[in-house]
Write a protein that binds this ligand. Structure first.
Ligand code: MG
Length: 248
């Protein structure tokens, strides 16, 4: 597996990323009280197919849906269901698109209606953790530098970073090397190089960073049942920074 993508591959992934960001923006708008996560999944799949792309997660390791919908204490990989979103929920929407053989991956956390002050703060801190990761990403820094930046910020805010799940490289496969943890030590780990395409995806918890299987038997949830949030972008490493591919 070649970790450095060619300019042609990056151009294809930028096209796919644009489709993904456009679809996820629509799904985000639909995530209001009264809709089920299964309805969101169906809508996401329809929009991806209408754009001429494929849902990257469908069939991936047996996953039968296009969207992961992770509500409240569920961190990631929540299965869409008949659960109806309600005022005060925090829902993570994680979506992947396959376009011309290449994958892109993106996630946002949405506040449904009025959420608690702490829920809103958790969401904002997670979003900012991703922004700080993007700001740090460039050729020559290591995955430890990235993780350290995210971990330090999140823990300073009094929240936890999940250890057992992490970001990743991406390309023809949804998950490629290297792993991109949201914690780490400066100057440690794989060095990022120009042309690598990776996903940075902080998973932040209100309480403990320890996880357990979610009640649906598939997703991962916080062990203490407190809230979690998750944001993700796919980006390409450049000489003096990075370029986000999953944006409109
Ligand atoms: Mg991912």
């Amino acid at each position: 597996m070649n970790l450095i993508k060619t300019p042609q591959e990056i151009a294809i992934m930028a096209e796919g990323g644009k489709i993904l960001a456009t679809v996820l923006k629509e799904i985000e708008k639909m995530a209001v009280a009264g809709i089920t996560t299964l309805q969101l999944d169906r809508a996401a799949e329809a929009l991806i197919l209408a754009a001429g792309a494929k849902p990257a997660f469908k069939g991936y390791e047996g996953f039968p849906y296009s969207l992961c919908a992770s509500v409240n204490d569920v961190i990631v990989h929540g299965y869409p269901s008949k659960y109806m979103l309600k005022n005060g929920d925090l829902v993570g929407l994680d979506l992947g698109v396959k376009w011309k053989g290449y994958n892109t991956d993106m996630a946002v956390t949405v506040a449904v209606g009025e959420v608690s002050f702490e829920a809103r703060r958790l969401k904002e801190v997670t979003k900012k953790a991703l922004r700080l990761g993007l700001k740090k990403a460039r050729a020559g820094v290591t995955v430890g530098d990235l993780g350290h930046t995210i971990q330090r910020f999140v823990e300073d805010q009094g929240f936890g970073v999940v250890r057992d799940l992490c970001g990743h490289g991406i390309g023809k496969e949804v998950h490629e090397d290297p792993q991109i943890p949201n914690y780490g030590q400066r100057h440690k780990g794989v060095e990022l190089k120009e042309g690598m395409v990776i996903c940075i995806e902080p998973m932040v918890t209100q309480g403990t960073w320890q996880i357990r299987k979610a009640k649906d038997g598939y997703g991962f949830a916080t062990r203490d049942g407190l809230l979690a949030a998750h944001f993700e972008h796919t980006l390409v490493i450049t000489k003096d920074g990075c370029k986000v591919l999953t944006e409109v």
